[in-house]
Design a protein around this ligand. Sequence first.
Ligand code: GLC
Length: 751
Amino acid sequence: MKHQILVLAVTACLSTGLSAQDKTSVPQLGKASIDEVVAAMTVREKATLLVGDHEFDYYVNGTVKDEIPDIAGTSAAIPRVGIPVTYYTDGPAGVNIAPTRKGTDKTFYCTAFPVATMLASTWNPDLVLKVGEAIGNEALEYGCDIVLAPAINLHRNPLCGRNFEYYSEDPVLIGKTASAMITGIQSNGVGTSLKHFAANNQETFRRENDSRISQRALRELYLRGFEIAVRESHPWTVMSSYNLINGTAASENYKLLTTILRDEWGFNGFVMTDWMRLKIRDIAKQIHAGNEMMMPGYPEQIDDIVAAVEEGRLSEADLDLAVKHMLEVIVRTPRFKGYKFSNDPDLAAHAEITRTAANEGVILLKNEAGTLPLSDKGKKIALFGYGSYDLFAGGVGSGEVNAAKIVNIDEGLRNYGFSLNKELAAIYEGADGEIGISPAYAAMRAADSDIAIVTLRRTAGEYVDRRAIEGDFYLTKLEKDMLKNVSEAFRARGKKVVVILNTGGVIETSSWKEYADAILLPWQPGVEGGNTITDILTGKVNPSGKLTMTWPVEYMDIPSSKNFPYDFEGNSWKAGPVRDSFDPAKRNIGFTEYEEGIWVGYRYFTTYKIPVSFPFGFGLSYTSFAYSAPKVVAGKKGSFTATVTVTNTGKVSGKEVVELYVSAPEGGLEKPVMELKAFGKTGELAPGASETVTLTFTTDDLASFDESQNCWATDAGTYSIHFASSSDDIRESVPLKMRKRSVRTVLTKLD
Ligand code: GLC
């Protein structure tokens, strides 16, 4: 083996025209300073490093083609100065690489963790951190250096195709959840890529669309989650988004990528583009703006950079700074450190982490007269709905994960010991999609079963937005008839109906929820889905998840509803929108007006008292909780500590999420009636047990963005600090007096 390495090393030198002796005189990364290495590199070498090296057939400087098949991208090696290849893998729900490889019968399956929305639904950053640790470990042991996650674009509209990969409609919940994920992944010594920066809130023509947003909505909503995550968890990289913001492409936007990201927030990694695949950006502008790396990378981009320097369109100082930022990250990578990865992560342990995390992300939306839990194993279950036998464990696109096996709902129920109606199972096993259930057939099943469970499923994904039509946001007639027929048949015999929503995003529920005695929302729960759902159905685990976005009555109730391509038919599932239907002058296609401003989600529905089907922050438990002894104490330098005691007043143990909302004093800027500023979760509380939950926030956290002064401002006056179980269930409130207005100006505007 040694002999081979020697030959390889000598060959590498010779291939760069250097003798072994010369190589020692060339500064080497990790031995010489980064500045010395940069100074020793040629312009072409610098350009090569800034261009991803995976999408094209010829491989620059030694990237081993297909060392990790289907990995999202790599950076090029520059052996002459000791720069290795580094490997970047998707995604937010786990490592996304091919499960098999030529020449070996070893497999490379990964763990499909719960989708991002479900992780956020736990309202438990400590748990999210554990998932991040597992994802980071899987990336490390499969030889990857950077995980292209978390994805944290705000849920502006429920029809965005990638909302399952994103967390919430609220920036504080987004930022805290993202920070936990980043910290968890990076604890393994691999990096993350916080994405898609910024305001990529639709998939339709995502590369060309111009997000037109007020400065206040940008600062308070669309940038705020990124700001919290960058300041609190220091992601190694950020991925700029495809879209434009107020007319400037995010990846060409100096104010966004340098003034705000670096100068205001202190980011110290490097920025990569999203996977452009279209030559519609100016590479000199991108590098000058602070977008160091071009992904997935094309050979001609190397020539473009060299030409830009030669023609003076790109200064060599900007080029050097970009290379320096990249090298400062590369020296931290496992590849640079020569980590010997095993290709054998502990998938069994990670499956357990998935199940535990998913258990806390399941949301109980309805539970009339104690329909759940199904305490008695002997119950005969009539299991309806195609999704009961073919679970959507995750969404579609780069956020997919190749898992070896998904536990479906029927399997999870059988694992527990329930007997499922065999005839019904056979019908679904033979189907290739949803099937109609007639009143007569429902009556037959009501006669020979104790309870009905009906699963409704939806999936969505990258490239394509969902639509406000039957079969997507709305149920199909077939689905509604199934629910109605099953409900009427089982209720005629005094038997109950449980509906399970296996979805990555919001659907309409108001028109049919009276057919269900209980409604469970397990989202897209990952590999252990069927076991997770059974854990909750049986009460083995008491549900403690809460909604991270509003579930409206109608799609058009949503403030952004008309400023979204909710009815665009030009999408094709895999390839995204049909190119020639692009029209830069067309609303919601060439540009999208964020006309609603800050009025997104509960900020809008609570302030304007618009009825919803299920509110932000809502989730039931099998037990109940009382809040007492609310207190807010001022600390040093504008910090505050809020405490409240939570007592389990029910009969079974459980966990409670405490949501802290703040109502600002009247006057000045128009503000939402309340905004989430902190949250926390109790441990498992036994019946009668209490826990004091401690939450912190600062004066700056209470600020609103004042466009007229281009500053954050916390007005003087009396604030109300609310301790709530949901945005529509405030339990305790205390006043908090701010003696004087405090102001923090920002450095720029994205106009
Ligand atoms: C995709 C996605 C991004 C992903 C990248 C690599 O287009 O927008 O989230 O990380 O390409 O697959």
